[in-house]
Design a protein around this ligand. Structure first.
Ligand code: LLP
Length: 419
């Protein structure tokens, strides 16, 4: 049976393609390991979000942390995306890519004074704040600049996102947000602060949500909370519901339909006269990317079979960090026997694996494999561990492709260091 792949990746005559480009041609041109992204795959997903929200005032702010390559930011900016950032570095990227700072929301529990100043100066749309001391510092920084900071408070709706504990954020026990009762006090306390302007309420309950119910439940709680705020004389215009829906990493997995997600949110927002802001990251880019790698060796050790690839945990850390599943498929497919193997990289630790005890087709040294659904939280979480250059990144657009980040050189690996 032909291996599972997410569109826009598909086999044609036994060769795996990204849109209209064969991955074998990319490997020949750009080398391996490299990340490959499908421009039209990303555009389609963005348009699906727009369609899901078309019946309500909305703003889609792409979560830059999912994949911050300039070419991808540019592509989304061209479609009219706003951006959700969590650092001055991400804001710098957005502006370098031609994104509009006026459509940026700044999330995160630990913004520094310098980051606030930079973002205020750039004229971002709003700050999603998470504590009283943060609001105090933001007011101080804004006052010093003679500016006003538009703000939302990130509240904690106490909803269980039912996802991996490391990426679940909406419960009281988490470091994120402020409990709703405490938040009301803060909205009141800072209402008369001239350097701040309340515009919204935000939340983010977690990532990789395969059920939209917790998102709808959080939205309902936020909309109800807005009514309380408005009754207290606080003029709220928008509700930011945080990240988007989950994606399909397994063949057996079903990701939520964006139309269903939109419908549920529409119900939650009915009659509320609010702009909905969403910060999807993963669901815009994950399925549009693979990590392309070459098999270096196949070895048997005791009972176990190991497939050793030229990509490693420093390139894609999700399996090592979250025990995440990524399908691994041969780039040239022909019917062949199956085996059970561990797919591992060259890094010197046992945590360096892409798959363990994986039922997969027999692969041979020298052949190419694609680690699927790697467009989100892939390259952005890469490192130089073991002094390995980070991989190239390639963007495919129909039948054209180009390198949008060069593979690092040995000289770049030691840049900035001295003896
Ligand atoms: N907004 C906020 C405030 C967030 O913290 C996040 C993700 C998002 C939006 C985007 O959520 P998404 O639409 O991507 O689900 N490294 C992990 C994922 C960490 C997610 C952190 N926050 C992984 O590889 O699974």
């Amino acid at each position: 049976m032909v291996p599972f792949t997410n569109p826009p990746f598909a086999y044609r005559d036994g060769h795996l393609y990204c849109e209209d480009v064969a991955l074998k041609d990319l490997a020949a041109g750009a080398g391996t390991p490299c990340y490959v992204y499908a421009a039209n795959g990303i555009r389609d997903r963005f348009r699906a979000y727009q369609a899901a929200f078309q019946q309500m005032p909305h703003r889609i702010c792409y979560a830059v942390k999912a994949n911050s390559n300039l070419a991808i930011l540019r592509l989304l900016a061209e479609l009219g995306a706003g951006f959700d950032i969590v650092s001055a570095g991400e804001l710098y990227r957005v502006m370098q890519a031609g994104g509009n700072p006026g459509a940026v929301v700044f999330s995160g529990v630990g913004k520094t004074r310098d980051e606030m100043a930079y973002a205020l100066h750039a004229g971002i749309h709003s700050f999603n704040c998470e504590s009283a001391p943060e609001l105090e510092l933001l007011a101080t920084v804004a006052r010093a600049k003679g500016l006003r900071a538009r703000c939302s408070l990130r509240v904690n709706p106490d909803v269980d996102a039912k996802t991996h504990p490391y990426i679940s954020t909406g419960l009281r026990e988490h470091k994120f947000g402020i409990a709703m009762d405490e938040a009301l006090d803060l909205y009141r306390r800072f209402q008369d602060e001239p350097a701040l302007e309340w515009i919204g309420v935000s939340c983010h309950i977690g990532s990789q949500l395969l059920d939209v119910s917790p998102l709808a439940e959080a939205a309902e709680k936020l909309v109800a909370f807005v009514a309380t705020l408005r009754a207290n004389g606080i003029a709220i215009q928008e509700v930011d519901i945080g990240g988007g829906v989950g994606v399909r990493y397994h063949e057996g997995e079903a990701a939520p339909e964006l139309s269903v997600y939109g419908q549920r949110l529409l119900q939650a927002f009915a009659g509320a006269e609010l702009t909905i802001v969403a910060e999807p990251g993963r669901s815009l880019v994950a399925e549009a990317g693979v990590l392309l790698s070459q098999v270096l060796y196949v070895k048997t050790s005791g009972e176990r079979e190991f497939v050793i690839t030229d990509a490693a945990m420093n390139d894609l850390i999700r399996p090592a960090l979250y025990d995440a599943h990524h399908e691994i498929v041969p780039v040239h497919w022909q019917p062949r026997p199956a085996m059970v193997a561990d797919v591992v990289g060259p890094v010197c630790e046992s945590g360096d694996f892409f798959a363990r005890n994986r039922q997969m087709s027999v692969v041979e040294p020298g052949e190419l494999v694609a680690v699927c659904t790697a467009g989100a939280y892939g390259f952005v979480q890469s490192s130089n561990y073991n002094t390995r250059p980070r991989p190239a990144e390639v963007l495919v657009d129909g039948a054209r492709w180009r390198v949008v980040r060069e593979r690092e050189t040995l000289a770049q690996l030691i840049a900035g260091e001295t003896v």
